[in-house]
Design a protein around this ligand. Structure first.
Ligand code: NAD
Length: 441
């Protein structure tokens, strides 16, 4: 297959996922067209529309999705997102990222993702509870410990996961249902370390990548200048952990804007300020900046930890960071990838960088099935082992792809990216299992 080097940008996330996938395929020989179609498209998409009693006694109908992208390597796995702009295509793309991520980091899951179109900022706790319970009831046996296992994502949290578990458990009495969902509170089968796992995984992956000496003069995080876009579960925790690891957090942002300080922000103080005011803007001791300024901030590492398609052809040229670490899913468009590559900016892709979340979700699932509770040392040790292995494999594959002339022959004159390398590994692992299991009948 021949892919042109200059991609036309498409801000539809599934179109982007397809462009990334097709680009990676140019390094792989011998996969049949039918398998390629099977590997990119979702296996199943469920739409549900359901009524909910609102606090003002009105009734509103909500629209939710659950996409099971692929379950060839194990049950579907992936978060549930509450956001006003959730679409079927976005959820399908996020589910595809999960299929590839679980393969790269080698946990025995496939990929899934869900979403409900709603604005949590305008909903009360009671309304969110009723939306969640009804959504789970509508999905019925489409989710389950051995079929498809949800987790937290944007604007869903431990409490949402507790409601999901409780609703499913009421529908399936007499069984151990803890493993139907991960990211639960500790008291009902959550795993220690799950809350921090995505950010912890990002930190471990970044440290391991730097040890490979891929960025001249930056082998550790010591006094490395970091900017973080998004100050939620992934972003705020990443800012704190990178700070604790010796980096200097020079700028952070959320949906309302950002704040910067070249001498370094204290992420805990910023979080306290956000807790009080609802935003990082206005943090005393920092200077308010816009999200565009944050992305273009003079720093060494940029961590997008908000939403998808944030780094595009219209702003990729402005980026000054030497390394991008994708805590968010799909933050860089496929066309922007080419610009970053031309600018020699390395990008650790989402399917490696933020895979710590699904790794510790896997640990939680195992503990639930065995009625075990691991301690934090065991979780952290095992997480580090898997993150190190995923990064080592990706870097080795990247070097090997760049040493071969195959990409050049297919029009990729600048060679392979780390994303290409991770995707090649994922596609090969999944295709191998498809053939091993054989196609029935
Ligand atoms: P979250 O809801 O906890 O936080 C999202 C943050 O992004 C909020 O601070 C919000 O204000 C900010 N934000 C929203 N729009 C923004 C914009 N346009 N510019 C700047 N900031 C903006 O969500 P999260 O769980 O931290 O997820 C963030 C990203 O990380 C998503 O892409 C998600 O898919 C990915 N992710 C999360 C996990 C997890 O375990 N939570 C795991 C893997 C990947």
């Amino acid at each position: 297959m021949n892919t042109p080097t200059k991609l036309v940008e498409n801000l539809d996330l599934f179109a982007n996922a397809t462009q990334q996938f097709e680009r990676a395929l140019t390094w792989i020989d011998g996969i049949k067209v039918g398998i390629i179609e099977y590997l990119i498209n979702p296996k199943r998409t469920i739409h549900v529309r359901f009524p909910v009693n609102m606090d003002d006694e009105s009734i509103r109908t909500f629209h939710g999705f659950r996409v099971l992208h692929n379950r060839i390597r194990g049950p579907g796995k992936g978060g549930i997102r509450y956001h006003p702009n959730v679409t079927e295509g976005e959820v399908a793309a996020l589910a595809a990222f999960m299929t590839w991520k679980t393969a790269v980091v080698d946990v025995p899951f496939g990929g899934g993702k869900g979403g409900v179109v709603c604005n949590p900022k305008e909903l009360s706790r009671g309304e969110l509870r009723r939306i969640t319970r009804r959504f789970v009831a509508e999905l019925g046996d489409a989710i389950g410990p051995y079929t498809d296992i949800p987790a937290p994502d944007v604007y869903t949290d431990q409490q949402t996961m507790a409601w999901i578990y409780d609703t499913f458990d009421l529908m399936h009495p007499g069984e151990n249902n803890l493993a139907v969902v991960t990211g639960k509170p500790l008291e009902i089968g959550g795993s220690v370390g799950r809350d921090e796992a995505t950010a912890q995984g990002c930190l471990l992956a970044t440290e391991r990548l730097l040890q490979h000496d891929v960025i001249p003069g930056m082998q550790t995080l010591d006094d490395v200048r970091v900017a973080v876009q998004g100050y939620g579960n992934a972003g705020a925790t990443a800012a704190r952990l990178f700070h604790e690891a010796g980096a200097r957090i020079v700028a952070v942002s959320d949906s309302r804007g950002g704040v910067s300080d070249d001498d370094g922000l204290d992420p805990n103080h910023v979080l306290t300020h956000k807790g009080k005011t609802g935003t990082v803007l206005g943090f005393e001791g920092g200077t308010d900046i816009s999200n565009e300024q944050l992305l273009a901030y003079d720093c060494d590492i940029l961590i997008p930890a908000a939403l998808e398609c944030q780094i595009r052809t219209d702003n990729a040229h402005n980026i000054k960071a030497k390394l991008i670490v994708e805590a968010a899913n799909g933050p860089v468009t496929a066309a922007a990838d080419e610009i970053l590559q031309e600018k020699n900016i390395l990008d650790l892709p989402d399917i490696v960088a933020n895979s710590g979340g699904v790794v510790v979700s896997y640990f939680e699932w195992v503990q639930n099935l065995e009625n075990q509770q691991w301690d934090i040392d065991k979780v952290e040790r095992r997480l580090k082992k898997r993150m190190d292995r995923a990064v080592d494999n990706t870097v080795e594959r990247w070097k090997a792809l760049n040493a071969s002339s195959k990409g050049n022959a297919n029009g990729h004159q600048s060679g392979a990216t780390l994303r290409d390398a991770a995707l090649v590994t994922a596609i090969e692992r999944i295709a191998t299992v498809v053939l091993q299991r054989d196609i029935w009948p």
